[in-house]
Design a protein around this ligand. Structure first.
Ligand code: HEC
Length: 216
């Protein structure tokens, strides 16, 4: 096959020009030379925590969340860490989780990780760490027997005297599970299925049948 000389010459010239352009910049030894497709080497999108003047007022590309932003799945606890908040917790807060064997069992597992070393396996306040405390926790089924569920939650959230706050380690849902387990240690019995609050609410028979059907 005969190759046209013209193309060979043109091709060589093009290669020479490209290699000249691509070679190092004599003025700046760090310069990468001509970049044919800079978008492919350097993404035009902003990097997190990178510098930008685009927004004018800040150097960071990532912006602060709008004031009052609430993280997904997080409900702020608004009661204050004082006697007013404690009182309100006792009067107004109710465990949103049902008092069932399953929830109690889950609460027990969390208790075994976060509470047992102070409060003891049976909630007598005789955990190994409690023995070192100047004031061990009172037994749940003693002076804490009638502590309302809201106050149990409040004290787990903020802590009390020698007991630290557990808000950062244990999610709100898990704290309510703990409340259910602590209630059993207080001596409360898990209501049987026919004895739940829902069953106590007077509902018209027809509705109750519907509810049963739905839960299937
Ligand atoms: C470092 C030891 C320690 C750990 C860990 C601990 N507690 Fe306590 N807890 C105490 C002490 C001490 C008290 C008594 C506080 C007081 O009234 O002075 C107490 C009190 C309580 C009370 C009664 C609060 C009130 O309002 O009177 C509850 C309920 C309770 N703890 C639950 C828990 C649960 C649930 C956990 C696990 C998440 C836990 N505690 C972890 C030491 C601890």
């Amino acid at each position: 096959m005969k190759i046209n000389k013209k193309y060979i010459v043109l091709g060589s010239v093009a290669l020479a020009v490209m290699s000249l352009l691509a070679s190092c910049d004599k003025l700046d030894p760090n310069s990468p030379g001509v970049e044919y497709m800079p978008d492919m080497y350097r993404s035009p999108s902003y990097e997190t925590n990178a510098y930008t003047t685009f927004l004018g007022d800040s150097v960071q590309t990532n912006r602060m969340p709008v004031k009052g932003t609430i993280a997904r799945g997080y409900m702020p606890y608004t009661l204050t860490n004082d006697s007013t908040g404690y009182g309100l917790a006792g009067r107004t807060l109710r465990d949103p989780l049902p008092f069932t064997a399953d929830i109690v069992e889950q609460g027990k597992t969390i208790y075994g990780k976060f509470c047992i070393h102070c409060h003891g396996a049976t909630g007598q306040g005789d955990g190994l760490v409690a023995l070192k405390l100047p004031g061990p926790p009172p037994p749940y089924n003693g002076s804490l027997k009638d502590l309302p569920e809201g106050q149990i939650f409040h004290s787990i959230t903020y802590g009390k005297n020698f007991m630290g706050s557990h808000a950062s380690q244990i999610s709100v849902e898990d704290r309510w599970k703990l409340v259910r387990y602590v209630q059993t240690l207080q001596g409360k019995t898990i209501p049987s299925a026919s004895d739940t609050t829902a069953a106590k609410v007077v509902v018209k028979p027809a509705k109750a049948v519907n509810a049963k059907k739905k839960s299937k």
